[in-house]
Design a protein around this ligand. Structure first.
Ligand code: RUB
Length: 312
């Protein structure tokens, strides 16, 4: 299960920041049950190796290290192997449940920001953003969605299937048509892979361009993101790494081989500055991007002071 989850995340069979985080938590719990060690230290070493393998699968979605950190939190202080094992299993299951509840809570808060008759534009395939749209529709609001194609991996296909299955009127557009349609839209609603302490939102490549178009057209941009999408280490000045994926996702190897002077750049995510973000819907409430530090400090439990204290 560990190896297959690692491979599925790497190959993007499991994708989307929330799903990746829950899959990693589940894989750690599963690994804890099958590890053969008889010594606590060996067990902890094995689990740390597994945690590192999972975290290395995709570098941008901070939900992944955040989930792994939460699941592994008790392992260093466990007194026995059984305590360590059961601690990991319990925290993984707690993380998965609270993550699912967070998405539900975001749906009910986010749905309040979608009015009857609204046209919503979304990008990529975000469980949290879609949950808000589905909840607004469930409440009987007449809504319409513009969904982008999302080159090169076409996550938009997953989005339009979900919207279609729910019976929501949807227009499917190529990524470059965003500005052409932005004036027909009341609200842009997207998810996040990571949110920095300055409120900048990292999400699927193309989000920043959509945010620019929305800003110019005075259309609000709302981000739906669980609190574990906030990146604690950005309080130390760490930057969020933007994953760059293989060239073959954009240009087949046979075409590329005929173009020796051309290189493909394929970043999977981009950064939308806080100035272009009107609101972030978390399970703790709807907040302005400027409140990111409060989430990191009060909800995730990290503060700059803990790094400033002199070592004893
Ligand atoms: C997915 C993506 C999604 C966020 C949020 O990128 O950018 O918008 O992960 O999704 P990829 P969710 O397809 O490369 O993983 O709300 O489901 O966590």
């Amino acid at each position: 299960m560990l190896v297959s989850t690692v491979e599925q995340i790497r190959q993007m069979e499991i994708r989307g920041a929330g799903r990746i985080a829950r899959a990693a938590a589940g894989a750690l719990a599963d690994h804890a049950t099958v590890v053969q060690s008889t010594e606590l230290n060996d067990f902890v070493g094995e689990m740390e190796q597994a945690a590192n393998l999972l975290v290395a699968t995709r570098p941008t979605a901070v939900s992944l290290p955040n989930a792994v950190h939460l699941v592994m939190a008790g392992v260093q202080t466990a007194r026995t192997l059984e305590e360590a094992r059961s601690g990991i299993i319990a925290s993984a299951s707690q993380f998965i449940t609270s993550s699912e509840q967070a998405v539900q809570r975001i749906a009910s808060i986010g749905a309040r920001h979608i009015r009857d008759g609204d046209v919503v534009m979304t990008h990529c395939n975000s469980e949290a953003a879609l949950a808000c749209i589905l909840e607004a529709h469930r409440q009987g609001k007449e809504i319409e969605v513009y969904a982008t194609e999302v080159r090169p991996r076409n996550q938009g296909l997953v989005t339009i299937r979900t919207l279609n299955d729910a019976g929501i009127r949807t227009s499917y557009i190529v990524d470059s048509a965003v500005r052409s349609f932005i004036n027909e839209v009341d609200l842009v609603l997207v998810g996040a892979d990571a949110i920095s302490v300055n409120g900048a939102v990292v999400n699927k490549i193309g989000t920043a361009q959509m945010a620019l178009a929305a800003h110019e057209a005075r259309v609000n941009l709302v981000v739906a993101a669980e609190t574990y999408k906030f990146a604690p280490l950005t309080i130390l000045g760490n930057l969020i790494e933007i994953e760059e994926r293989p060239a073959e996702e954009v240009l087949t190897a046979s075409i590329a081989s005929t173009l020796p002077h051309v290189r493909v750049r394929n970043p999977a995510f981009d950064v939308t500055p806080a100035d272009y973000v009107d609101l972030i819907i978390t399970e703790e409430g709807a907040i302005p991007p400027e409140m990111a530090y409060i989430i990191i400090r009060d909800h995730l439990g990290w503060s700059i002071e803990q790094f400033d204290r002199p070592a004893h």
